[in-house]
Design a protein around this ligand. Structure first.
Ligand code: CP3
Length: 340
């Protein structure tokens, strides 16, 4: 039997039941995740231990039988592999020593640094159920650079926008190093067993027009081209969260196979603008998953109705939030898989 998610990509006819997985399906809403993280002594220890990262990736698959497992890691492991200092302050999110030029990055030891991630994937190819698709990922360069320049999460990516405007060659040198390193990183993930890769562009919403084209579309296009140039044909999911750009143009130029939609994107508008060759993914509001009950059922129903006749992957519009009751996730999976 072909895996449902991979079958969706090769079959032009949408299946009666869409495949389902969730961004951040592994994480703090699961008690078994919290227990292992405290045993590991921190989030990064989990990411760099192939045994524990494998276990955390499998936790939501055991509970819910999702159609895909996403590698447990983080988009900020790549800057760390390029020599930037990274740590996680509990409660304050990620911290990095800020950089202002690509000259401060060194790709020489990146592959060695990231070898544990490949071991996690390799283990998962053997431990996942036969029907589960394995997804690898990286951050898109603009999003990753926004953390590298600011050294932390920022609401509007002001430090990166400032550098892009005031010293464009310096910012370009960071983006160029990220493009090259992301091609190598994703190619290695695919060789280690990832069957699909997702590029997380979480901060697409802070740019528009020519800036969006230059810093969001071009680098993502170069990464996908770089993978194809190596003969790697695995599907790529792009998730440009908050983008106000025309999504028809975005998919045509990046040449992604799956488009991830955030919860604010208008499903009717997207269905009109994006070619039917493209598989859509999304876009339940994570807050509906916190609410559960009739609110969740109605939101799921609306998505199934709006995407009827389209090939799509059921997912959230952003990651599962820590306050989500695990039983609401079970309710969601049951509802999506219930024959209509
Ligand atoms: O289950 C999965 O989705 C796979 C693992 C995964 C994580 N981060 C684990 C994680 C993935 C795909 C990511 C992507 C990621 N990381 C993004 C893009 C998606 C998005 O959320 O917009 C970004 C921006 C990051 C950077 C990052 N990592 C931030 C800003 C934070 C702090 C915020 C938070 O949610 O705590 C993290 C930490 C992080 N990454 C956690 C997990 C499970 C929580 C760490 C903990 O256990 O305390």
């Amino acid at each position: 039997m072909q895996k449902p998610l991979l079958k969706l990509l090769t079959n032009p006819v949408p299946p009666p039941i869409p495949p389902i997985w969730l961004m951040r399906q592994a994480g703090r809403y699961l008690p078994e995740y919290c227990a292992l993280r405290s045993k590991a002594g921190g989030f990064l220890n989990l990411c760099y231990s192939p045994e524990m990262a494998e276990e955390v990736t499998l936790q939501p698959i055991r509970r819910y039988g999702f159609d895909a497992a996403i590698l447990f890691a983080d988009i900020l492991l790549l800057p760390q592999a390029l020599g930037q200092k990274l740590w996680f302050d509990t409660g304050n999110g990620p911290r990095l020593t800020p950089i202002s030029s690509g000259d401060m990055l060194n790709p020489d030891d990146a592959a060695i640094h990231l070898a544990p991630v490949m071991q996690t994937l390799d283990r998962l190819t053997r431990s996942l159920p036969a029907e589960t698709t394995l997804i690898g990922f990286a951050g898109a360069p603009w999003t990753v650079a926004s953390y590298m320049v600011a050294g932390r999460s920022t609401p509007d990516q002001e430090p990166a926008r400032w550098l892009a405007i005031n010293d464009k060659p310096a910012f370009q040198s960071i983006i160029d190093k990220l493009v090259a390193a992301s091609i190598d990183y994703l190619a290695a993930q695919i060789k280690a067993g990832a069957e699909i890769v997702q590029l997380f562009e979480s901060w697409a919403g802070s740019l528009q027009g020519a800036d969006f084209e230059h810093w969001c579309i071009t680098p993502v296009m170069q990464i996908i081209e770089g993978l194809r140039a190596q003969g790697l044909k695995q599907p790529v999911i792009c998730f440009p969260r908050g983008a106000c750009h025309d999504m028809g143009d975005y998919v045509a130029r990046t040449k992604c196979q799956i488009l991830g939609l955030d919860s604010a994107m208008d499903r009717h508008d997207i269905c009109e603008k994006v070619s039917e060759e493209i598989v859509l993914q999304g876009n339940l509001d994570p807050q509906c998953l916190v609410a559960g009950g009739a609110i969740l059922d109605a939101a799921v129903e609306a998505i199934l109705r709006d995407f009827e006749g389209r090939r799509f992957v059921f997912n959230l519009g952003h990651g599962v939030v820590p306050q989500t009751p695990p039983k609401h996730v079970a309710q969601l999976v049951r509802r999506v898989r219930q024959t209509r």
